[in-house]
Design a protein around this ligand. Sequence first.
Ligand code: NAI
Ligand code: OAA
Length: 264
Amino acid sequence: MRLGLIGYGNIAASLLDLLGPDLVQEVVVLVRRPLDDPPEGCIVVTEARALIDAAPDLVVECAGHGAVAAHGETILAAGINLVVASVGALADARLYVRLQTAAQHGGARLLIPSGAIGGLDLLEALALSGEVQIAYVGIKPPAAWRGTPAEDAGDLSALTCPLTVYTGGAREAARLFPRNSNVVAALALAGPGFEAVSVRLIADPAAVGNVHRYHVRSPDCRATVEIEGQPSSGNGRTSRTTVYSLLREIRRAANSRHQHKHTA
Ligand SMILES: NC(=O)C1=CN([C@@H]2O[C@H](COP(=O)(O)OP(=O)(O)OC[C@H]3O[C@@H](n4cnc5c(N)ncnc54)[C@H](O)[C@@H]3O)[C@@H](O)[C@H]2O)C=CC1
Ligand SMILES: O=C([O-])CC(=O)C(=O)O
């Protein structure tokens, strides 16, 4: 399998450590500018065209919302399946439609991973049974909120107790916290839609991990899900589960490629 990656940060570096030659034989990494310390054994490119010309079997975006907007359409239109880690970019309804249209024209799939959260299968099922409401609470250590609008809520470095840094809707949360609210977009897109998800974000000096807690209310079910993800060493606001969720997507793509080869 030939894998394309967009971005070479915390997630990409962790993923590369986990990919064995039995799973992926070639990796092409799209970066914005040449790297001083490029990953060993990978082809590094700085143009999306070069990534597409390498004809990867799957591209995994792990770079940020801007990368989805910049490259998503061309990759999908070229018929290449794309896993989008930066799910919150799809809160931009116009971008989401453009990506879906490009996928349709290219005969490719836009794949949304569960990332740092879980329980999306339940939400997908419940969306078929009636209206679903979700109340989401995200709790992270203060450092995870640095450089975000959370800084307007109080002095993050002086917190002695939990501080609510945001309450509002899922679409706005995804836009205001592009590196912390991709999980919220994943919940919304699993079925209930952005308008059905309320969001509360908390900076907690006692938090050791990244907590994602949500309550689900539907005609058929009430559920509470809580996940405490370990922060990744390269980027504390990204839970390590995200890396494994992307690895799962790569394994699924490899398996389906294998099956196609044997049934063709
Ligand atoms: N779905 C989920 O649950 C989660 C999604 N994410 C998403 O994954 C993204 C990456 O996470 P990390 O690797 O932890 O962040 P990171 O900041 O360590 O790495 C991102 C890398 O992508 C590069 N980059 C940015 N724009 C680019 C572009 N247009 N083209 C190529 N490279 C570009 C940056 O220079 C950086 O090296 C986050 O920004 C977030 O959007 C992160 C955590 C969970
Ligand atoms: O959703 C996000 O962008 C990141 C996140 O909360 C996590 O990795 O725990």
